[in-house]
Write a protein that binds this ligand. Sequence first.
Ligand SMILES: O=C(O)CCC(=O)C(=O)O
Ligand SMILES: [Fe+2]
Length: 211
Amino acid sequence: MTKEVSILPIQSVYSINNHMITATVLHEEPLVMKFDQVLNDEECQMFIDSAALRLTKSKLANKEESQIRTSSGMFFEENESPLIIEIENRISNLMHVPISHAEGLQVLHYEPGQEFKEHYDFFGASSPSSHNNRISTLIIYLNEVEEGGETTLPRLGITMKPVKGSAIYFEYFYNNEELNELTLHSGKPVIRGEKWVATQWMRKQRIREGY
Ligand SMILES: O=C(O)CCC(=O)C(=O)O
Ligand SMILES: [Fe+2]
């Protein structure tokens, strides 16, 4: 099989505006990477604090829980604050996709027993969103989970334990659909403690105006 081109050039360190992010390749095709120190402690806390207020509301408004995802979540507005802008820029540089292709950052909160069952992040061919489909994902861990809450890619044998400020990255914009389907993944149930993540999904084409 011929080698396909990945979106991300593989490096062991990415330097973004003097912010150094170290990287480990977990799998090459499809490309799966672990990044360390994507966010510092203060940035993680900012995400948790500002998301927490809004999660409470969305929980009340949406009592019906999804079968696949039992955590609660919220999206930040694009360009919502100077700190969100700085972090969105860092993420866009790291993922090598222009910020105009970035969805709003999503924060998820899991309590014990809550999980995100196996799924793909890209949309199926019958979904209206598939004409401008997602191409890559960055999941940033915002806290340490006492037990459980690992992200797994079962078809690649990858299990990632949440470490505050670190992230898992994978991409699924390959011509060979079989490679894309290897990115099936899940967030395992939290057993003890709680779990906070921020997820960035990138699209193939622009979805933001004004850039
Ligand atoms: O929480 C996790 O580990 C997985 C999150 C996830 O799959 C997503 O946000 O798309
Ligand atoms: Fe996902």
